[in-house]
Write a protein that binds this ligand. Structure first.
Ligand code: 5GP
Ligand code: MN
Length: 354
């Protein structure tokens, strides 16, 4: 086994022959990833789907499904138009999950992360294979579990696992573009979660399929609508609360804020990281009101926000975690401020020179 397979444990290998047989015998394969999909969710699902298309020995259906569809920013990905949405095609998705022989669950560790498709997954008779890098997966919800929080991204995991399963015969430029995308986005452009050589080895392998990292960067990063850019200005000047005493900063956005600029959750992807751009800030949060609930994103440079997210009923990674809270924005803000130790503090006001 090469150095690059270092994440694949001896225990894992015993499952490979079984998975290969199941792939070759399956009639219907479903791939699932989480609500509000990011580059790692879309990339790992499509990168795996494109290989499964080729791996199956006869005509089968291979269907990628996301609870609320493929975000606009990732629709350029190869075959992204194949992704079904639980929100707008619920009955079809439920039917496909129920009849699937094999279900790949990518980039989430518990069925609650797929929202309205949760019950379908839990009831499904198909063999459920989890490939994920979040902390504390709910092992009882899956049949085979590949889960390792030390791996940069699910896309890296899929790169090594699919290589171990099939070799690289099904790798091509389309597969590589999908998988490279998640590697790039989950590491913030190879800035964090990439301290292991295997992350760069996976990137090198994928780039060898003649993909263009600069083009992928442009498609991911340089895609703001003008309204989104104006919203960022508003967010930084009107909605950023900074608590230097506690090395903490947070944003909170009501539905009205979002409606004013005509933007949604996917437009806020990455905004929470602005809190950490201030040198003295170590922990950042972003709260976004949704219909009847509030989405919380947490980030840190030091310490562990996964444990904070767990106290809000969520989870994630050590340095990036989140929760979906069944409370109003005001209630959630109170709880988050308590959790971050800034409940009794006033945020600093902006000081401008006259
Ligand atoms: P983001 O803040 O970008 O939405 O999510 C960062 C990380 O937090 C995700 O990779 C995911 O692991 C985790 N996360 C986000 N939202 C939730 C949630 O509602 N529940 C759980 N369990 N984890 C979440
Ligand atoms: Mn991920």
């Amino acid at each position: 086994m090469s150095e690059a397979f270092s994440h694949i444990e001896k225990d894992d290998i015993q499952y490979f022959a079984d998975i290969r047989t199941r792939v070759s015998e399956a009639r219907h394969i479903v791939l699932l990833s989480h609500m509000n999909a990011d580059g790692d969710a879309c990339g790992s699902m499509l990168g795996m789907a494109l290989q499964l298309d080729q791996a199956a020995s006869r005509a089968i259906s291979v269907t990628p499904i996301l609870p609320n569809g493929c975000p606009r920013y990732f629709r350029w990905m190869p075959e992204a138009d194949r992704i079904l949405s639980g929100e707008s095609q619920l009955a079809e998705c439920q039917e496909l999950i129920a009849q699937a022989d094999l279900i790949f669950c990518l980039d989430f560790g518990q069925a609650s992360r797929i929202d309205m498709l949760q019950d379908s997954l839990l009831k499904a008779r198909g063999h459920k294979v989890l490939i994920d890098h979040h902390h504390n997966p709910k092992v009882e919800e899956f049949d085979v579990i590949f889960s390792d929080p030390s791996i940069s991204s699910t896309c890296e995991y899929v790169t090594w696992l699919s290589k171990a399963l099939f070799g690289t015969v099904f790798f091509n430029a389309d597969v590589a573009r999908c998988l490279y995308t998640g590697l790039r986005t989950d590491t913030g452009g190879f800035a964090f979660s990439c301290s292991q050589p295997s992350c760069f080895e996976a990137a090198a392998l994928l780039v060898s399929y003649d993909i263009d990292p600069a083009d992928i960067h442009n498609r991911i990063v340089n895609t703001f609508t003008i309204n989104r850019m104006h919203f960022y200005g508003f967010a930084l000047s009107q909605r950023l609360q900074v608590y230097p005493q506690k090395q903490t900063a947070l944003f909170a956005f009501s539905l009205q804020d979002q409606h004013r600029f005509g933007i949604g959750g996917e437009d806020m992807e990455g905004l929470v990281n602005y809190t950490l751009m201030m040198e003295e800030i170590k922990v950042g949060a972003l709260l976004r009101e949704e219909d009847g609930r509030t989405k919380v994103s947490l980030r840190c440079k030091e310490g562990d926000v996964n444990v904070l997210a767990a106290q809000l009923g969520g989870g994630g990674h050590t340095k990036a975690a989140g929760a979906t809270c069944p409370w109003s924005l005001a209630e959630t803000l109170d709880k988050v401020r308590q959790l971050l130790g800034v409940y009794d503090l006033q945020p600093t006001s902006i000081e401008l020179n006259q």
